[in-house]
Design a protein around this ligand. Sequence first.
Ligand code: GLC
Ligand code: GLC
Length: 668
Amino acid sequence: MIGSNLQSKANNGAAHASQPLRFESELSLKRLMPRLDAVWDASGADESLRTEFNLRLEEYWYALFEILHELYGSRYDFFYHLEQILTTAATAWINRPESLREVDRHRINEPDWFASEKVVGGALYVDLFSENLGRLRETIGYFKELGLTYLHLMPLFAVRPGDNDGGYAISNYRSVDPRLGTIDDLKLLADELRAAGITLVLDFVFNHTSDDHQWAKLAQSGDREFQQYYYIFPDREVPDQYEQTLREIFPTVRRGNFTWHDGMQQWVWTTFNSFQWDLNYGNPAVFRAMLEEMFFIADTGVDMLRLDAVAFIWKRMGTSCENLPEAHRMIQAYNLLARIATPGLLFKSEAIVHPDDVVKYVSPEECQISYNPTLMALLWESLATRQTRLLTRSLSHRHKLPDGTAWVNYLRCHDDIGWTFDDADAAAIGINAFDHRKFLNDFYTGQFEGSFARGVPFQENVETGDMRIAGTLASLAGLELGIEHDSEEEKELGIRRMLLLQSITLSIGGIPLIYLGEEWGMLNDYEFVKDPAKAGDTRWVHRPKMQWEFLDELDDNIESGSGSIRTRIYRSLQRMIAVRKSQPAFAGQAMKLISTGNPHIVVFARMNAGHHVIVAANFSEEIQTIDGNYLRTAGLGRFFEDVLTDRTYGTSDALQLDPYQYVWLRRV
Ligand code: GLC
Ligand code: GLC
């Protein structure tokens, strides 16, 4: 049906005279349809599956063709790859389990399902949390108790021996690390999570492979076809030219971005660790090969792919090789292919870059959701300074995203904290960004006088003075120091700071994402240095092993000791999650800052479908007050309640916020 339709369009050449590319795209599709028919015929797939696919193909084909033509049209083998890409997509749809096709059909009709207030995420390393995938299935009840509906499992595919960058050096995308289980275990887990109402998020680590991936091994053996999968150079000439404009991401691992390979006697582009080889997406064979891996991962039952290191996937001489327009076009092409072949699948952007660049990845046509690194960094900034000016300045013009997308709001993840706020935002309120970053690094490594934080430097670059911070939520917020000083007061403040930060990520608009361990206030784990595969990477300090004994403490009534601290953190977070889910005002992303003139607090309104909640949070250890007039005019009327504590208030009085207190207010 699509064939004849296209034929009549293609014959109508005059109408296309002004749009030559559109004409070429339709002609190409017409030529490719018989190849596609062969795929369908060979698979014996029934007519209705074919029709569904073809309708989507017809809808998205031109957009896809346009991008692929732009990226690869000048290649002599363009048409060959176009055919491969198309048959790969059809094969993915045919092979997709029917249960996932059901999910696809629902999501086509409800594309922004993730904007619901009911969506709350968690992230974990399988080995550190539950040893393996089999045991992880047994912990689904735990996720439900906490209130999670979205689970990001850190990379669990086969990795190289020794250091594997926490799973980000993948040697085979089609097999699970045998220590964790098998692909069948993964599929079973995905099924059970889905039955429990929990969506599964996995990484798509597509910027690089491990140096022992099959493609890299073939390259090492001298196979020229596979050497073109990577950036490999015989001498320093070209690498040195690139280096002129590149940043260094892991300067303590190795200077520069290239690694000498003894076997090949050549230089290899390695943005991250020396064993992570950057893929050459200038080569359409790489685009197509990774597409196959993407579909394979999707078909295990994944709802969202976290696009790892998106900023780096396209390189061009003379640029920073980050956030290039071609990188966006490429992700858009992958997104179109997902719309065609695995339409329930969504993309999450991992671009931990300048805020102006972060948002460029976020659109229904590219990545529907994205980490919010600016909010993350500025919440920590506010905690250190007890001032919310930079936070509100940034939120005032950076929070809004396009319709049909959402932020993923988090405090800690498996990576470091980098101070990626905008220098101009800082300058606008009289802050010198360079000095301020230095202050924040001093503060969070505990060197600043009076600091409550116990962070560890990550990737300190002596030349540029650049540094990032590692540490768990609890250790950075002061709990570790409080325990060390055995000070009830410091412990109390530490707990309050942790919950204060959670109260913002759970309410500000978007998907809150908890790094598991936060719910217990897990402290830094300094033991990682004993493992040679981890010792060189301080991020392991905030990747502690889950201690299931904590669960026993939940039923423990003892009111003192660290047991009750843990219980309190867990119960408070659990309750905050439950309350979030009960407030329709928290769906979507509409957020309005309310200015009160008090630099220590942040106040904002959330509204959705006639529902209205005002969030207020005090970032200082001093009592702060908000004039009732601000709250009344912001929509709270004369009487209102804090939905977290059920306490009621009147706007005739000033609202008093205790040290680090947060409230979620609703008119009564
Ligand atoms: C991403 C990951 C990080 C990893 C890097 C290289 O930034 O989050 O953990 O080191 O990519 O894969
Ligand atoms: C990515 C992020 C960077 C992070 C690194 C891993 O490159 O952009 O901020 O530090 O991965 O640590």
